[in-house]
Ligand binder design. Structure first.
Ligand code: XLS
Ligand code: CA
Ligand code: CA
Length: 439
């Protein structure tokens, strides 16, 4: 079998003092943090699209990246070579999971029939490689946004034929995900949104999106796919207004359409910031609603207003993310999928390794800092104290629903001289810093 990364050996943990850029400084898969190993906590996954098929293309320039596994005139040959490169990469990086869109794995054919046959064939290749390497599928999905047929949406297209076509692709993607033992299945809205209400039947589009998702749930039951369904929110890009804007919007949508018992949420850091939220905000909101399912681990650039999908290197962010994930009891069956791409200028194969090492180390360090923060209980103690007025007296009565405006009105007349303690934000920020620096 062709070796695609001959100069690179397996990346191993050497510790923070090593200085070897092709080694982990913090990610030590077997190291136990609390009740699990780092590997069990972090459940890292490689994104097939960015890592294997990303070419550094942007609005102003053509491909800056040429991967040897893509250099075949027959697209099926390229797809097989790509699969081999993917598994070699995962093995060398010690990444246990991967995620893919149908078209990342196999090329579209001239007809839908051909496309589906290509997928079946590549699924066999993937299955063999998974059996040989022990790598696992975190989630599968269908790309319902790249081809021009999806220019007006897929499940929310004004064309019923496009709706049907999209259904056929999701049907096959679900079958393949099941066949490969996928632990989740993701719906990211793609072009499910609109540019202008002047040409849009908003109500029909939202109803159709819900119909589509119900069909997927029914089909999964029919074929015995037991993986977790996930919706991935994003506020904009490619459409001006995406229907699955953020966690709050998705929670409302799922409840409105009676889908809440079937779906959890896949939260991407860069999508959170595009929605004007912190990553932690989205994780917290999902967690308290019981729908934190999985994470697309990346980061945006606050100076740029689009989805830059950079590798996550900000340890503040990874610490606060792991703080939520630990309190969620972990992510399983979800994981941390690097939906992240190397920059256009980072065009050499070795950059893929540097990038994933940076992301894995940032999350490993974040895990340790978050664990130390939780173990100390400093934030939780402060918060408990801050809200202590709800554990007795009138506060307890409010929480238990024992009082209304009448009773509270009478109470307030007697208690209108109120003194409030400090919120201590700066102190808490220095506590966070201490755990990040010392964990
Ligand atoms: C695009 C999305 C996409 C999903 C999977 O912005 O992040 O890559 O994760 O379709
Ligand atoms: Ca994503
Ligand atoms: Ca993204």
């Amino acid at each position: 079998m062709t070796v695609y990364f001959p100069e690179i050996d397996k990346i191993v943990y050497e510790g923070p003092k090593s200085g070897n850029p092709l080694a982990f400084s913090y990610y030590d898969p077997q190291k136990v943090v609390g009740d699990k190993t780092m590997e069990e906590h972090l459940r890292f996954s490689m994104a097939y699209w960015h890592t294997l098929t990303g070419q550094g293309v942007d609005m102003f320039g053509s491909a800056s990246i040429q991967r040897p596994w893509e250099q075949f005139s027959d697209p099926m040959e390229a797809a097989k070579a790509r699969a081999c490169a993917a598994f070699e990469f995962m093995e060398k990086m010690q990444i246990p999971y991967y995620c893919f869109h149908d078209v990342d794995a196999a090329p579209e054919g001239a007809t839908l029939k051909e496309t589906l046959a290509n997928l079946d064939q590549i699924a066999e290749t993937l299955k063999d490689l998974m059996a040989k390497t022990g790598k696992k599928l975190l989630w599968g999905t269908a790309n319902l946004f790249s081809h021009p047929r999806f220019m007006h949406g897929a499940a929310t297209s004004p064309s019923a034929d496009v709706f049907a076509y999209a259904a056929a692709r999701v049907k096959k993607a679900l079958e393949i995900t099941k066949e490969l033992g996928g632990e989740n299945y993701v719906f990211w809205g793609g072009r499910e949104g609109y540019e202008t209400l002047l040409n849009t039947d908003l109500k029909l589009e939202l109803d159709n999106l819900a119909r589509f998702l119900h069909m997927a749930v029914d089909y999964a039951q029919e074929i015995g796919f037991t993986g977790q369904f996930l919706i991935e929110p994003k506020p904009k890009e490619p459409t001006k207004h995406q229907y699955d804007f953020d966690v709050a919007t998705v929670v409302g949508f799922l409840k409105t359409y009676d889908l809440d018992q079937h779906f959890k949420i896949n939260i991407e850091a860069n999508h959170a910031t595009l929605a004007g939220h912190t990553f932690q905000h989205e994780l917290r909101l999902a967690r308290i609603n019981g729908v934190l399912g999985s994470v697309d681990a990346n980061q945006g650039d606050k100076l740029l207003g689009w989805d830059t999908d950079q590798f996550p290197t900000n340890i503040y962010t990874t610490t606060l993310a792991m703080y939520e994930i630990l309190q969620n009891g972990g992510l399983a069956p979800g994981g941390l999928n690097f939906d992240a791409k190397v920059r256009r200028g980072s065009h050499e194969a070795v950059d893929l390794f540097y990038a994933h090492i940076a992301g894995m180390d940032a999350f490993a360090r974040g895990l340790e800092a978050a664990h130390s923060l939780l173990l100390s209980g400093e934030l939780e103690e402060f918060i408990a104290e801050r809200y202590a007025s709800y554990t007795s007296g009138v506060g307890e009565q409010i929480v238990k629903g024992q009082v209304g405006l009448k009773e509270l009105g009478a109470y307030a007349l007697e208690h209108d001289q109120i003194t409030l303690p400090s919120g201590r934000q700066e102190l808490l920020e220095s506590i966070l810093n201490r755990h990040i620096l010392q964990a």
